[in-house]
Design a protein around this ligand. Structure first.
Ligand code: IPM
Ligand code: MN
Length: 353
């Protein structure tokens, strides 16, 4: 029996549906070649649906999505909808409701891709960031007093649970072991100021590392220093683990280092449940419908999805095809400057899988 994967597809807003279509093109080529079946179902969640119906996610959406093997997401964010509504109502809601407690973001410079870091090459830029994805400053814990008055108070609390921190750290240690590269895990924190939150992270990091992962070298860097080293010496990093907010920030930095939003992909993972894969850039409304946006980030998100689902050979073939396209074909990663259209880039990768 051929293996079948049930995938929920949320193209979303702006250029999301266009890049996801190219990702699907590539996944179909991989399924034909490697003999698995993709059972895809489209969902119209996003700004247009919200404008039409006033509903962000329909009742039962989360329960429905739980029946899939994975979710493939384009982009969320619509120019006519106040920022935050769709991001919180769809992206963050799904991450939390599906308990996708890891946000995995590889930072890898592919051949031929321009990096703003002078003198750095693909061999220097190849690490992954493991971002905690359900806690920290993202829980919405807090409130305000006397809003709109001169005495206004606003509090937003970072929540760090022993369980949440431990499962994130273990996942990061496992990745460091599996990558089998420098076998080094860097905890990125701020122990000199956030003396409660990162005290917990630091203690758990060393306790788990010492007992369960003696083969993995433990390293620590404050988040400000991490940002410096990511620019100056990215080759020092193998796996970085950090909390939700710091992870959000350093992975945008990482995306630039690896050549921009045209190529950066990520996975929101629940290793025991349903995971969701997405290009990490936004919906790029100004490029919508022009067939100029770079679909490689979405294609790479699809690649991560197949890898996570266990189709290792297919995932490796997609990555190799992407590397050939960046190395030998594309002039730039930027929208409109690739030397090819969105659909042509999808065709190229699909033909090389
Ligand atoms: C990301 C995004 C989201 C986040 C936003 C859109 C809520 O920036 O996936 O990194 O902050 O996590
Ligand atoms: Mn972000």
């Amino acid at each position: 029996m051929r293996k079948t994967y049930k995938i929920a597809v949320i193209g979303g807003d702006g250029t999301g549906p266009e890049v996801v279509a190219e990702g699907i093109k590539v996944l179909k080529a991989a399924s034909a070649k490697f003999g698995f079946v993709l059972n895809l179902k489209d969902y119209d969640y996003g700004g247009e649906r919200y404008k039409r119906t006033g509903e962000i996610l329909p009742e039962g959406a989360v329960e429905d999505l739980k029946q899939y093997d994975a979710i493939y997401l384009g982009a969320i964010g619509h120019p006519d909808v106040k920022p935050g509504i769709l991001e919180k109502g769809i992206l963050l809601t799904l991450r939390f409701a599906l308990d996708q407690y890891i946000n995995l973001r590889p930072v890898k410079l592919y051949p031929g891709v321009w990096t703003p870091l002078k003198d750095k090459e693909p061999k220097d830029i190849d690490f992954v960031v493991v971002r905690e994805n359900t806690e920290g400053l993202y829980t919405g814990s807090g409130g305000n007093l006397k809003k709109g008055t001169p005495d206004e108070v606003a509090i937003q609390t970072s929540i760090n649970t022993r369980k949440g921190v431990e499962r994130c750290l273990r996942f990061a240690f496992e990745i460091a072991r599996k990558r089998n590269k420098n076998k080094k895990l860097t905890l990125c924190g701020k122990t000199n100021v956030l003396t409660f939150a990162f005290d917990l992270w630091e203690r758990a990091f060393h306790e788990i590392g010492e007992k369960e992962y003696p083969d993995i070298q433990r390293d620590y860097a404050h988040v400000d220093a991490t940002s410096m080293w990511m620019i100056k010496n990215p080759e020092w990093f193998d796996v970085i683990v950090t909390d939700n907010m710091f992870g959000d920030i350093i992975t945008d930095l990482g995306a630039m280092v690896q050549g921009g939003m045209g190529i950066a992909a990520g996975g929101n993972l629940n290793p025991e449940g349903v995971s969701m894969f997405e290009p990490i850039g936004g919906s790029a409304p100004k490029y919508t419908g022009k067939n100029v946006i770079n679909p490689l980030a979405a294609i790479c998100a699809g690649q991560m999805m197949m890898d996570f689902l266990g189709e290792k050979e297919a995932a490796a073939a997609i990555e190799k095809a992407v590397m050939k396209v960046t190395g030998e074909k594309l002039k730039s990663m930027a929208a409109g400057k690739m030397g090819y259209s969105t659909t042509e880039v999808g065709d190229l990768v699909a033909s090389l899988v």
